[in-house]
Design a protein around this ligand. Structure first.
Ligand code: TGC
Ligand code: FAD
Length: 383
């Protein structure tokens, strides 16, 4: 799906990266993903496979185990992974943008050397704890506390709806200290008082594990505190990186739905003709192609701005909101084109549709991103 010949805007290296991830998704994810999603299981050894591909922390410099790639390459990786399934993109984007990014940006030299290379290979799995039971859209209200104790801190509270919490080796967690400053700490599995109960029975992102992070007076040594950040700018900067990646990822899911519906519409006959010959079905397909193309242009331009360090948080909000909503609309229309066939796992559409119901909520809801745009253009905070 490249109606405006956008591949001509990509460098040969970017095209190579896109093709290698596409090859991986076609051979290793598409043949198995429906079964894993149906069984509510993650793809085995996924993180190590993503690490071997260079899909974990692709924008992190090579000296810390990353691939040192530009932002458009990162976006293309997210797009191709989400063509497979949002859970696969989620795994890579949490590790890259929400775990490696804060350690690289706000961590000490020792923290970077200790954690980043193992996160880049997928030997260690990270999670990101910002959302709490009482604070989702309003993370600044967080109740998780960090209190000084000897040569370290005690962490108490809990985080909820955390991607990969049940399988994580470490978590980057945001909490308020005694001066009410927002601090980031690295919590390692095995620390006394730290547990990660799983959230079961999801109808969305079924090939990804979600759970809680519970801290019962966990002792955090001083060396696990991220030294370079002490405000909401810390977690919100991580979200900028992840939301940007999601704007690309959503395109991947939309393209899979669109291409599936187009193929089906040309093959399926009713009233003696392919259903693609009916104007109502052509309208659906033509609108999908138009919206996907607009989303591709939005993310590509945002990637250029981001590579030049000029993308604003509000520009990122606009792209995340637009592209995820677009993908959900495409999935809903595509599902209808397949009729009853649209509801079974033989086709990917219903799975993408259910995944996208999470993607439109996490990393800032559809409403929150609208209000961020509203605040940016009017100068008035509506929160
Ligand atoms: P506000 O008072 O506006 O700002 C507080 C301070 O932060 C600064 N700031 C940002 N800095 C960097 N990037 C951004 N995007 C920033 N947005 C704001 C701001 O300049 C200010 O700095 P200073 O120096 O003046 O203090 O903040 P607020 O508390 O009113 O909240 C604003 C709001 C609602 C936009 C924000 O809190 C928000 O984005 N809420 C949505 C929460 C959210 O997105 N949570 C995501 C959790 S992680 C997740 O979902 C992972 S899913 C992963 C997966 O599986 O793929
Ligand atoms: P709420 O904030 O309670 O919002 C409920 C409704 O109210 C929404 O429709 C919202 O738009 C609306 N609303 C809220 N405030 C306003 C307002 N001011 N004006 C208008 N409407 C408003 N979090 C993490 O920290 N780490 C993770 O790894 C992570 N992974 C996730 C994985 C999954 C599968 C899911 C579903 C969520 C994940 N989250 C994670 C949490 C996610 O970021 C939150 O669900 C999200 O920020 C919304 O918070 P909430 O669910 O508490 O909804």
């Amino acid at each position: 799906m490249d109606y405006y010949l956008l591949h001509e805007l990509l460098s040969p290296e970017q095209q190579l990266i896109r093709d290698s991830i596409r090859g991986f998704v076609k051979s290793e994810i598409i043949p198995v993903i429906d079964q894993y999603a149906q069984d509510h299981q993650e793809v085995p050894n996924l993180m190590k496979k993503l690490g071997a591909l260079g899909a974990l922390g692709p924008f992190i410099p090579e000296e810390y185990g990353g691939a040192g790639l530009d932002q458009i390459s990162y976006g293309l990786i997210m797009q191709e992974l989400e063509f497979g399934d949002s859970a696969i993109r989620s795994a890579a984007s949490v590790q890259s943008s929400l775990v490696m990014f804060p350690i690289y940006t706000f961590g000490s030299e020792e923290q970077k050397r200790k954690y980043l290379p193992k996160l880049a290979t997928g030997e260690w799995i990270g999670s990101f704890g910002l959302t709490e039971p009482n604070h989702g859209s309003d993370p600044a209200g967080m109740e998780t506390k960090l209190t000084k104790d000897g040569d370290g801190y005690r962490l108490s509270g809990s985080k909820m709806w955390i991607t990969n919490s049940p399988v994580c080796d470490l978590a980057v967690v945001w909490a308020r200290d005694e001066e009410q400053k927002v601090r980031g700490v690295i919590v390692e599995r095995g620390m006394e008082g730290f547990s990660t109960p799983e959230t079961l029975h999801k109808w969305s992102l079924r090939a990804s594990r979600t759970g809680e992070l519970v801290f019962d007076q966990v002792f955090i040594p001083q060396e696990n505190l991220l030294p370079e950040v002490s405000s909401m700018k810390g977690p919100l900067s991580c979200l900028n990186s992840a939301r940007y990646g999601i704007s690309w990822g959503a395109i991947g899911a939309a393209v899979d739905c669109y291409e599936t519906a187009l193929r089906y519409a040309k093959e399926r006959e009713q009233f003696g003709k392919p259903i693609a010959s009916f104007q109502l079905q052509q309208k659906k397909l033509a609108e999908m192609a138009t919206e996907i193309t607009k989303a591709q242009l939005l993310s590509w331009r945002l990637g250029q701005l981001k590579s030049e360090n000029r993308a604003t948080p509000a520009q990122i909000s606009m792209a995340k909101r637009n592209n995820v909503h677009m993908a959900l609309q495409v999935a809903r229309e595509a599902r209808q084109i397949l009729g009853a066939m649209g509801i079974v796992g033989d086709f990917p559409i219903m799975r993408h549709m259910m995944n996208l119901e999470s993607v439109i909520t996490y990393e800032g809801t559809h409403d929150v991103h609208l209000l961020i745009t509203g605040q940016d253009i009017t100068g008035i905070n509506a929160f």
